[in-house]
Design a protein around this ligand. Sequence first.
Ligand code: ADP
Ligand code: ZN
Length: 723
Amino acid sequence: MKMATKKVKQQARNVLQETFGYDAFRPMQEEIICTLMDGKDAFVLMPTGGGKSLCYQIPAMMRDGTGIVVSPLISLMKDQVDALTACGVKAAYYNSSLKAAEAKEVLERFESGDLDLLYVAPERLLSKGFLAKLENVKLAMFAIDEAHCVSQWGHDFRPEYVRLGELRDIFPNLPMLALTATADEHTREDISDRLNLGKAKRFVASFDRPNIRYLVAEKRQPLTQILQFLEGWPNCSGVIYCLSRKRVEDLAVNLQRHGIRAAAYHAGIPGRSREKVQDDFLRDRVKVIVATIAFGMGVDKPNVRFVIHHDLPKSIESYYQETGRAGRDGLESEALMLYGSGDVNLVRRLIENVENIDQRRVEVHKLNSMVAFSEALTCRRRVLLGYFGEALDEPCGNCDICLDPPETYDATEFAEAALQCVREVNGNFGMGYIVDVLRGSKNARILEHKHDQLKSHGTGADVNADEWTSILRQLVHHGYFIQDVSRRAAMLPTKKAEHIGTGEPIMLAKYQPGIRRHFKRLGTPRDEALFKKLALLREELAEQEDVPPHVVFSDVTLTEMSQRKPVTEDALRRISGVGQHKLEQYGSAFIAVIDKHVASGDGKAAKRGGKEIPMLIAKGPGLNETQTYILAQYRKGVSLQDIAAAQGVSDTTVLKHYVAIIRAGQFIDVPAFIGDDFDTLMKELDDADPYASLTEIKRDLSVELSNDEFRLALAWREAIGVA
Ligand code: ADP
Ligand code: ZN
């Protein structure tokens, strides 16, 4: 039995390497594959980007017969099949988008046993005729992708999914796998019930998406804020969510006016045009999609670099789903939410109209959780994961609060002034009015109520209106006041307000306008010029083959190529994401571009004195846990500074780990790290007196380096065999 598992694992690893070009399985993938190879059912709960697809693709290829994959959306099926075909896997889809002749061909291939994977729409699969056909074909297994579509609790219920529960009875002997990225427990239970998966082995991964940086900013001038944010992501793909169709259209036009390749997407746009927008986005012709929440399910784009919420999402579940569309490929990404109190009041008013009391209560609760997240002064990721019952041991180091903790100050005096004012106006006025009175305005409304004669009138004139709003909002958030939704959000003191000024000082976060974004994002350490050339080639090949660019190679693969600059087939094969089939298809074209780049002198990192620097070959582990983690982060393109921040250590410590990683035979792109001075440095080290001490050598260098940078350079020389 043990032997058998070992053999299965080895086989699975071979497929992973040969077909998909990856070195190692991600957490849980191997176990899931073994469960299915063992003929058992599995229920997989893994976040977007976790690598769910391989969990059924590999066993479907390894088991006899065809694996049937149920998928809710036609566009997703085509995408997956394109990606598999590019890796040389025999896969096809069968749905209503096929013309009669194409459908016939697919069915013929299926019946003759030529397919490893067949993607089918649920209603097709469960039609009488098709079920009958299945009896005569050898099947490997069933996979139900986006399994939450079966549940009404979920965020994307599809009635066609409901009958999938029958499959377990009709085919009692075939292993079945259900997969979803749903984080909420209620929906998970419902899926398991409806699909008859009570006995299936459950695999629950962490729902943390460490490569997504969460940012929340006060919404002031959204267009300006968004344009400023986009400057940080030139030429990258992203999605901006807005609450209404009108906002979607206005913002899209405004962005276009500023030269951004943006397009609008909402349910009011005719189907054809919507499909075109999606397709243009997938193929990188459109960079930014401005959309209502109608957008998302059908788009499986790995290199979405940012998601912006122009308006408040309606719940934390939606926020998690929507931001989760960023960074599927594991490279660093950002989620920015613009948070305005106007939005909160708008949603509150909408909720007031909900007739059913229970439902209203649920919605109020969801909104309050969302507001709490937005106004949190603790690590965002903690709040987010905490909502789904997952604890984070340490603050994440990759959210606005962790990177730039808000300063707090004693705001007791302001709270006292606010309390006095609210009492004086008898709890009949909203936040904006209170601010006006405190600031000493003499507008018509104030004069009409004779409120210019109140004691509190003008007591806060030295604080500007935005700051006052921020103070009042925080006081509401901390429970000193409530905004009575039934009376146009009039401010009322709570019981807690009685303690204002009597005991503990009231600490509030300092008001910081604009996006807090002076933390560095140094980006991926790669040869940008080469990356651009490779991306251009990828675009041409994709165009020729009529597939999205990422089907040819992912951004991760191109990044690694631009770092390691492989110029032989063997070296290229070692790049993550380069399997046998793609090597044969595209290998020579990519090698040609890299070769030319290196020869032109642009690629100084890989050449020194006309000699190619040998690729470093992994010597096996030799790394401790921290170093393994750091290497993984480095490979994802996370910068040194960000790794240090996430680990809560200094840059120097990370550099020391880099040295150990290089010594263990793994690749860190030191030339790129040192930058322009690299050649000079190497030359000076070549010429250095072999008997001098390291301190002396370092002192005589013209290039200025810290001790750790110096050690890094030496480790590099050792590794490539010149020291
Ligand atoms: P999900 O369906 O869970 O959102 P995908 O199956 O689309 O995730 O995988 C996300 C990305 O990770 C894809 O680009 C995929 O090729 C890549 N990936 C999956 N498994 C591995 C692995 N073991 N090693 C490297 N990359 C992987
Ligand atoms: Zn954090």
